[in-house]
Design a protein around this ligand. Structure first.
Ligand code: 1QQ
Length: 441
């Protein structure tokens, strides 16, 4: 149910109004249902305030002083995945603002996880020492395989906002993700490439061999290509720290591919695209999830044009929650359209915030969730979130018992660069036949 302006809602959902504290005009969407099995249901509510553009008001500071529950987030603000981390930071800050009202009060604690395992480990350890109730992060699967076991052993729920390699939810019972796996998303871009150009006959593949996501995604790409009688004529292994791909490109172009499929992170991948075009490749380029950010545009510039890329988010989804998110993002970013990593980061915070709100609402009158011992609170949070259903900007999501995201809607975009060669957009392609979508488990 959507609440009309000025209607007050029950279930602990307070209404925020524009105030001198810096809140902009807000509207509220409320949604409630009881889910769960055998009477152990959880009342979920969605309260999305928008656009709340001042991430940290003095009122929030007062909340945190009064014992707000800390939610830790570890994202790549430095290193070769930092362009992704920038998208994630905006999503998290918008989510913190959107869920600032209500009980329990929440506080985002953001730490730079870098783009390597060591920095992410330090960030996880420091937030765990700071008694966070849950963790969002890290940005890369490569890091998640190193740090998620630390949180899992400590009994702290971890939500992966962008970890797409196979095997992430299986790390342990406290690990879940809102980022759909490469096995579900990547094949869609191959199908789209062939729809756009049915004459493609020869493929080649590049992947960053020192990155877990890139390696996992390339396996999926290669399988999808072979299934369509397009087994790669070249498979090139690169590194996320490479900047010069001349040798591999020359070797590949000698074999005359008409489709090149790349699994890499933004800076190596962006440079690779640029060099492929500079060295004369005119065929189709499919890029994987690592290049799913508009921050890629300044790297490959006009050469990004035409890149095909599958996405787990559509800014065009006409749900109230997504409209609200798009409006909040646009207001914060000069009218820009939110990219996938911002939407996923928002959803990661949202599932935690809504589950905590629901748990608070189910507490006996007069008692507070925050009074529970932290290990008990984390255990309850983990159990409840795995049973929840959430109306997020990604569409409705829920989790398998292992913590794998169950999501229905995926998309393929084509990059359209503007004449300035530095800005552009992801233009969504019309949806393909249903048979090309792997059904959710
Ligand atoms: C992963 C990814 C990255 C490209 C996202 C930042 O999908 O590491 O799993």
């Amino acid at each position: 149910m959507a609440a009309a302006d000025g209607v007050s809602l029950g279930n602990g959902v307070a209404r925020l109004r524009a105030s001198a504290g810096g809140w902009a005009l807000s509207s509220l969407i409320h949604h409630g249902r009881r889910v769960g099995r055998g009477g152990s249901g959880v009342l979920l509510s969605t309260a999305l305030l928008l656009p709340l553009l001042t991430a940290c008001s003095s009122r929030q500071d007062a909340d945190s002083a009064a014992g707000a529950l800390p939610i830790g987030a570890v994202i790549a603000l430095t290193g070769n995945a930092s362009v992704i981390g920038q998208d994630q930071r905006i999503g998290l800050e918008l989510a913190e603002a959107a869920f600032a009202a209500g009980a329990p009060a929440l506080k985002l604690r953001l730490e730079d996880g870098g783009s390597d395992e060591g920095t992410a480990t330090n960030a996880f350890r420091s937030l765990i020492a700071g008694e966070v109730v849950a963790l969002i992060g890290p940005s890369l699967s490569q890091q998640a395989f190193a740090v998620d076991p630390i949180a899992d052993r400590a009994g702290i729920p971890v939500i992966g906002p962008s970890n797409t390699a196979d095997g992430i939810p299986e790390i342990g019972p406290f690990v879940a993700r809102v980022s759909a796996p490469v096995s579900q998303v990547a094949p869609l871009s191959i199908a789209a490439a062939l729809r756009l150009n049915p004459k493609i006959r020869r493929s080649a593949v590049f992947f960053a061999q020192d990155d877990a996501y890139s390696t996992a995604e390339s396996k999926i790409f290669q399988k999808a290509l072979s299934a369509r009688n397009l087994a790669p004529v070249a498979v090139q292994k690169t590194s996320v720290s490479d900047t010069d791909f001349q040798n591999q490109i020359t070797d590949t172009l000698r074999r005359n591919p008409d489709l090149i499929v790349i699994s890499a992170l933004p800076s190596d991948g962006g440079n690779l695209v640029r060099q492929l075009r500079e060295l004369g490749f005119q065929g189709t380029i499919v890029a994987g999830n690592g290049m799913n950010s508009p921050n890629l545009y300044p790297i490959c510039q006009r050469f990004c044009d035409g890149l095909l890329i599958a996405q787990a988010y559509s800014p065009e989804m006409a749900t109230p929650v997504n409209r609200a998110f798009v409006a909040a993002y646009g207001k914060a970013r000069g009218g820009a359209v939110p990219p996938q990593f911002s939407a996923q980061a928002f959803a990661a915070y949202q599932v935690l915030a809504e589950t905590l709100r629901s748990l608070q609402a189910s507490m006996p009158k007069g008692s507070s969730l925050t009074a529970l011992p932290r290990p008990e609170l984390r255990r309850r949070l983990n159990t409840a979130l795995l049973r929840g259903r959430f109306e997020t900007p990604l569409g409705q999501i829920r989790f398998s018992p292992e913590g794998e995201v169950i999501q229905n809607d995926f998309h393929v975009a084509r990059v359209r660069m503007n004449p300035d060669g530095r800005s552009g957009r992801f233009q969504l392609l019309p949806a393909g036949p249903q048979a090309e979508t792997t059904p959710a488990p």
